[in-house]
Design a protein around this ligand. Structure first.
Ligand code: CA
Length: 224
């Protein structure tokens, strides 16, 4: 269940995408031009932006550049009719996470969306540091004061998700969707138990967390 902003000026395509993603259980909103995309894209609510390249106002490349320069880290998938390699490279250099060429099948797009939403922190950073902690994505390792800390695969996935979405509230459902395989039966309480364990490994004082915060009634937020 993700919140997705669709930026697409062609009504038929926008409607098709909207329907398809809603059926998948996502919350979806549509804007139809580049200027609105720059405004709405800044909102921290989105998990993903699907961004058409050929748009009135500003094109998708401009929107992508502007959002990234403005510090927006939300994953972006570019939608374009242009299949040329140069366009693809430009989009990725401007900070898009992936690229889908029109016409695409709903199934292909779903697969790309899933891949992007599950991806470890974007931006190509291999090591993320906060406080005494270093998270090494290349080695799938967590170190504290230079010493390796043992984390389970689930804890590592949770930590990676928190880092990728730092500063934003993540619901238990979002954490479940990302860290556990679909079909695994996990309760909210199990999520909470993993958070407690993770805090013991990354927080200076686990009982009074400063990085991995509880947001009452909503979920958790990472401020590292
Ligand atoms: Ca278009």
């Amino acid at each position: 269940m993700s919140r997705i902003l669709i930026v697409e000026d062609e009504p038929d395509i926008a409607l098709g995408l909207e329907d398809d993603l809603k059926v998948e259980g996502h919350q979806v909103e549509v804007v139809r031009d580049g200027v609105s995309a720059c405004l709405r894209g800044r909102e921290p609510a989105w998990d993903l932006i699907l961004l058409d390249v050929m748009l009135p106002g500003k094109d998708g490349f401009d929107v992508c550049r502007e959002l990234r320069r403005g510090g927006v880290h939300t994953p972006i998938i570019l939608l374009t009719a242009k299949a040329q390699e140069a366009e693809k490279v430009l989009g990725l250099e401007l900070g898009a996470d992936d690229y889908v060429t029109k016409p695409f099948s709903p199934r292909e797009l779903r697969a790309r969306i899933k891949a992007v939403l599950r991806r470890l922190p974007s931006g190509g950073q291999e090591i993320y540091r906060f406080g005494e902690v270093e998270v090494d994505f290349a080695r799938a390792e967590v170190r504290r004061n230079g010493h390796a800390v043992e984390v389970t695969p689930i804890e590592f996935k949770l930590l990676a998700l928190f880092i990728a979405r730092r500063g934003r509230v993540l619901s238990r459902e979002q954490l479940l969707d990302t860290a556990w395989d679909r079909g695994t039966h996990v309760t909210d309480r199990a999520v909470d138990a993993h958070i407690v364990n993770l805090r013991k490994k990354i927080e200076p004082r686990p009982a009074e967390p400063v990085y991995l915060l509880t947001v009452r009634g909503l979920g958790y937020r990472f401020d590292g």
